[in-house]
Design a protein around this ligand. Structure first.
Ligand code: ATP
Ligand code: MG
Length: 732
């Protein structure tokens, strides 16, 4: 008789079970949203551990977000029992990359305490390099070049590998030269950017066969979630680790398994990172890459109601470039609500109405944790944040670095960085005259020149220069104090508890006093934030550990225990699920995004549609879609047209909410008829009271801020969304 099934396998359907139990050889699970792909991966790991096939340290498991990694870790220890300690190689590509790189940094001329630069740092650095080349940084914006570098790195390209045309496209043909200078500069700074977290490991593995063999041996099982959104560099890295040595390989590895135990799960309909270099072909060619692969399809959706499934399935069927798959659900509750479509006059009204909707849900017993607002572009968030603050509704922004992005936090972090990493010139420049110490541009420039000519960090240059007569006495005294302080703090790093030291640094540097003396309205809030920063360091063992956490986990700063509405971009909602999902801003130009439309062709639009599919399929029970008739874009009011995706929803599963006014013609007309007239969208709306109100609002200060807050033009928004690491490329 067969042994009884372990409890963690109970409840799986036969195909899921097969995916969990096929432990030898490559496995691909290709299946639609909510079919249990992630659950299969998690259970598979539990199974590997429970059957003693591998130690936790022999499993490499890649998730798309840090949040997903945390959840998976919890689930596994729950399933496989508390006996399972850790899982050092469970995380995002980036976090695994950092771990790897800290171990082998010297092989790419870094020290193991290298700094990870965030987008702001990168842009500041590039600006300097662009100026140093004698180029006009207005004509050749650093931000644009940062995106180009990111693209190259996603494709795994070193400076000498980038296409000639790419190089010519920036800085009067100096693209390659600038990219090289940038990489050199990073080395001097003992720093790397996000792309390097993957490219350096690839270089190390390629150039050091012994290390490669070692890791290939170590990782008995490789598992990857959201495989459809891996980019070329990630793919290269996985292939390196998953390739088996050929039969004639003489390495002492006779015990090594010849099969590749790699299991990837994904859904081609949810490929939404093409704009960041992800390549859906990676999933489509899995069988070619890993001959003999078992391909498993899951067709039962356990997440959503039949209406939600019907609506999303009908929508995605409009895409041509897809494999196509069947999805069914066993839940057929006659009380299930259809997908609701609502119209609002403008985004302010949209936020107000959604606030009401949430309060109503709350009255009916819903928890705020079960409600999510998923936006196309991060600028849409502000209006909701403002509204919820007014209403006193708790909310959290996921995937967007809110807290750590604040000015005072970034300043404080620069102090900490410089204490931990004296070569961090960017941190040095940020705080050298903050608070004001009479160390203005002239001093900084001479420090800069001195440091550059000797190829030493600026802090070291400062230590040298206070011994010379080069600086004016006042600046010299001031700089002397700074140098002394940092010297002392660095020493204390080893002996003083890090939170205490952090507080001390902010006190002794005069940074806290600067805000105490500040009489502006924001100052008290800033002081509170600094306190909160120190508090948040408590959870870490060291200041270095904390700094690393901040650069990696921008989405973890919010209190997970608070009952709160989640606000996030559609991109960062991938893999998640909520009882109630609210999808605002379904208008042409915003969703589908203008940039995708401008691209022409099928690709951009189809990726937008996949994003819409991801959005709807996050919902378990209720899905509400909104659009507005007027939206302010580039600071100008524009009347908008309801998204074509609304037209593509099936009547059987969708209901249009009753509206008082005829917003864009959508609300009034019955389904099946032409729902609105694209030629003359709102000819009659301009004289309505709502329009006039909207006009008046143009002068309202809070609203004028709307576009400026992020500093982004609308085309850029959406293409600078939170990436896989949760970081956001944002305006200043
Ligand atoms: P996505 O494509 O959105 O990432 P997914 O395929 O990864 O979705 P999961 O998140 O793993 O799907 O599962 C969706 C939901 O269905 C989860 O709440 C999960 O617990 C539940 N589920 C999965 N398999 C089963 C099952 N056999 N029985 C009951 N519930 C299940
Ligand atoms: Mg999943």
């Amino acid at each position: 008789a067969a042994a009884p099934k372990p409890s963690y396998l109970e409840g799986l359907n036969p195909e899921q079970l097969r995916a969990v139990e096929t432990l030898d050889g490559p496995v691909l699970v290709l299946a639609g949203a909510g079919t249990g792909k992630t659950r299969v991966l998690t259970t598979r790991i539990a199974h590997i551990l429970a059957t003693g096939r591998a130690f936790p340290s022999q499993i490499l498991a890649v998730t798309f977000t840090n949040k997903a990694a945390r959840e998976m870790r919890e689930r596994i220890s729950h399933l496989a029992g508390a006996a399972v300690e850790g899982m050092p190689w469970l995380g995002t590509f980036h976090s695994i990359g950092v771990k790897f790189l800290r171990r082998h940094a010297e092989l790419v001329s870094l020290k193991s305490d290298f700094t990870i630069l965030d987008t702001d740092d990168v842009i500041r650095l590039l600006k300097q390099l662009i100026q140093a080349e004698g180029l006009d940084d207005k004509r050749w914006p650093a931000r644009q070049f940062a995106l180009m570098i990111d693209n190259w790195k996603n494709k795994g390209l070193d400076p000498d590998q980038i296409p000639e045309g790419d190089s010519r496209a920036f800085g009067n043909g100096k693209g390659r030269q600038l990219y090289t200078a940038y990489q050199n500069r990073l080395k001097t700074l003992n720093a790397c950017d996000f792309g390097d977290l993957l490219l350096h490991p690839i270089r190390i593995l390629k150039n050091n066969p012994d290390i490669l063999a070692d890791y290939r041996d170590r990782f008995r099982y490789i598992l990857v979630d959201e495989y459809q959104d891996t980019n070329t560099a990630q793919y290269m890295w996985l292939r390196l680790l998953a390739q088996r040595p050929r039969a004639n390989n003489t390495a002492p590895s006779s015990h090594r398994s010849e099969t590749v135990n790699i299991c990837c799960v994904g859904d081609d309909d949810q490929a939404i990172y093409g704009w960041r270099g992800a390549d859906v072909d990676n999933i489509l060619r899995f069988e070619k890459d890993f001959p003999g692969a078992t391909v498993i399809r899951l067709e039962c959706n356990y997440r959503s109601t039949a209406h939600i499934l019907g609506a999303s399935g009908h929508l995605i069927a409009h895409n041509e470039g897809r494999l196509g798959k069947t999805l069914f659900t066993e839940s057929h509750d006659p009380d299930d609500e259809k997908v609701m479509v609502h119209a609002a006059w403008d985004s302010e009204e949209e936020a107000r109405a959604i606030g009401e909707e949430i309060e109503q849900l709350q009255r009916r017993g819903a928890k705020l944790n079960d409600i999510a607002i998923l936006v196309r572009a991060s600028f849409q968030m502000r209006e909701f944040e403002d509204r919820f603050v007014t209403l006193g509704l708790n909310y959290r922004v996921i995937g967007g670095p809110r807290f750590y992005e604040r000015l005072e936090i970034r300043d404080a972090m620069a102090y900490f960085r410089l204490v931990c990493q004296p070569a961090d010139d960017l941190a040095f420049e940020r705080i050298i005259n903050t608070p004001k110490r009479g160390l203005g541009d002239t001093t900084v420039r001479s420090l800069h020149d001195y440091a550059r000519s000797r190829d030493i960090p600026m802090l070291a240059a400062a230590a040298d220069m206070v011994e010379t007569e080069e600086l004016k006495p006042k600046a010299r005294k001031s700089l002397f104090d700074v140098v002394q302080n940092f010297r002392r703090w660095s020493q204390l790093l080893e002996t003083t508890p890090h939170t205490e030291l952090a507080e001390q640094i902010l006190e002794e540097s005069g940074y806290t006093d600067m805000w105490k003396a500040d009489k502006t309205a924001e100052a008290p809030g800033r002081l509170e934030n600094l306190k909160e920063l120190i508090r948040s360091m408590d959870a870490f063992e060291s200041m270095r550990g904390f700094l690393e956490h901040v650069s990696l986990v921008m989405d973890a700063e919010q209190n997970e225990n608070l009952d709160a509405v989640s606000i996030m971009t559609l991109h960062s909602a991938k893999g998640l699920e909520f009882e109630n999902v609210i999808l605002p801003g379904w208008e042409e130009g915003l969703f589908p995004h203008q940039r995708a439309l401008d691209e022409g062709g099928r690709n951009g639009l189809e990726e937008e549609r996949r994003l819409a599919y991801v959005g709807i399929t996050r919902a378990k029970r209720r899905c509400h879609i909104w659009f507005v008739s007027n939206r302010r874009i580039h600071g100008l009011w524009q009347s908008t047209i309801p998204s074509r995706f609304l037209d593509e929803l099936p009547e059987a599963h969708v209901e249009v909410a009753e509206v008082e006014q005829n917003y864009g013609g959508y609300g009034r007309n019955a389904y099946g008829q032409s729902r609105f007239d694209r030629q003359e969208p709102f000819a009659s709306s301009y004289s309505s009271p709502g329009w006039q109100r909207a006009q008046q609002n143009k002068t309202d200060a809070t609203r004028t801020n709307w576009g400026n807050r992020s500093g982004l033009s609308v085309e850029r928004i959406g293409y600078g969304e939170a990436g896989p690491t949760g970081r956001v490329i944002q305006g200043e």
